[in-house]
Design a protein around this ligand. Structure first.
Ligand SMILES: *Cc1c(COP(=O)(O)O)cnc(C)c1O
Length: 371
């Protein structure tokens, strides 16, 4: 016989999803209404405003895509790029590589700026590349590389792009809500994020925001957006238009209740306070890990507070430690990804998970397991 699925609760200290608070789970359980119900349209409007707050933007086109962060990435690429466009793509980890893949799949040309994993995107290299390719249409990079725990200088990179009138496409899946991010001030044209990292909502939604320039680029396209579902000119009419929303697809109604609640929680705490909390707790974690003799992969200046890549000590069995943490302590940490597989652990302190008590649990559990 089949029975209901009742997972054992875990402390989620990996690269996402992070722990979803009872408030957000409670919102998820409220009655489903129609996606064109006036009540729901009111909720969508509030989500737009709350996302504008979280992104620090006034962008009119700021929405929650009904799909995970990867779809947010594709949405930016397929809407803003056309075949043969030149795009400078920065790769310093797994997610930069995905940007390149995505750029090439629309028939655009990726000009790659590569940096060592665990180091930030080199502003100097990007400056040289822009000077060599002033005809590039866009610059795409990952703000917070979750595969390595590295923060790149989004502000300087966007300033450079502005000098060449180049669009900026930024992956903020892990940075939104966890570290300083200012879309308007930094001049970001297209940005995408995810619900399950520092917003601590359920997975499957991607907040996206386009500047007026990005929207204009979309309107001026010579070719149709190659994906019907991700065509944001169609999605725009679903997320806006006074009283005349047109059906595009059925939004994940209850997941949007959850997103709304997670954004209300962020607003109540205050965005800058949330950034501060992540930084503070990262310091606590760092101190505790140094007592255990565990070192970080990334230089202090570029470390992400919400994603801590640490080097697995010699003679330690990676998989066994993670399995013991999970089975004995109900604690999940992330494995290394790509070329860092088997070399690093990724300890997430994202959103709701970023709490003193979780750090204490992890440190005690690690001490026990490594002994
Ligand atoms: C998690 C993540 C993604 C992908 O998001 P999904 O919701 O898993 O599709 C993209 N970029 C970065 C930097 C991420 O951390």
């Amino acid at each position: 016989m089949f029975e209901s699925f009742n997972p054992t609760p875990r402390v989620l200290m990996g690269p996402g999803p992070s722990n979803v608070s009872p408030r957000v789970l409670g919102a998820l359980a409220r009655p489903t209404v129609g996606h064109l119900d006036p009540q729901f349209i009111g909720l969508m409007d509030e989500i737009k405003q709350l996302l504008q707050y979280a992104f620090c933007t006034k962008n009119e086109f700021t929405i929650a895509l009904s799909a995970p962060g990867s779809a947010g990435m594709e949405a930016c690429i397929v809407n803003l790029l056309e075949p043969n466009d030149k795009v400078i793509v920065c790769i310093n980890g797994v997610f930069g590589n995905r940007l390149k893949e995505s750029v090439e799949r629309v028939g655009a040309q990726a000009i790659v700026v590569e940096d060592k994993w665990g180091t930030p995107v080199s502003v100097e290299k990007v400056a040289d590349t822009l000077a060599a390719h002033p005809d590039a249409k866009a610059l795409a990079f990952v703000h917070a590389e979750t595969s390595t725990g590295t923060r790149s200088d989004a502000k300087s990179l966007c300033q450079l792009a502005k000098q060449y009138d180049v669009l900026t496409i930024v992956d903020a899946v892990t940075s939104l809500g966890g570290s300083e991010l200012r879309v308007d001030e930094w001049g970001i044209d297209a940005i995408y994020s995810g619900s399950q990292k520092c917003l601590s909502c359920v997975p499957g939604i991607s907040p996206v925001s386009f500047s007026d320039k990005a929207v204009e680029t979309l309107k001026q396209r010579k070719t149709k957006v190659p994906s019907w579902f991700l065509d944001q000119s169609l999605v725009m009419d679903y997320w806006s238009g006074e009283g005349k929303r047109s059906y595009h697809h059925t939004a994940p109604v209850n997941s949007l209740y959850a997103l709304h609640e997670s954004l209300v929680i962020l607003k109540q705490e205050g965005l800058e306070q949330a950034w501060q909390r992540h930084t503070q707790l990262h310091k606590t974690l760092h101190e505790g890990l140094s007592h255990l003799g565990i070192n970080f992969l990334v230089d202090e200046a570029y470390r992400l507070p919400q994603l801590n890549s640490v080097i697995i000590p010699n003679h330690v069995n990676d998989a066994e430690v993670r399995a013991t943490l999970l089975n004995k302590y109900n604690l999940e940490i992330g494995a290394g990804l790509g070329q860092l597989a088997g070399k690093t652990w990724r300890i997430g302190l994202m959103g709701t998970t970023a709490q003193e008590q979780n750090i204490a649990l992890l440190l005690a559990a690690l001490k026990d397991v490594l002994r």
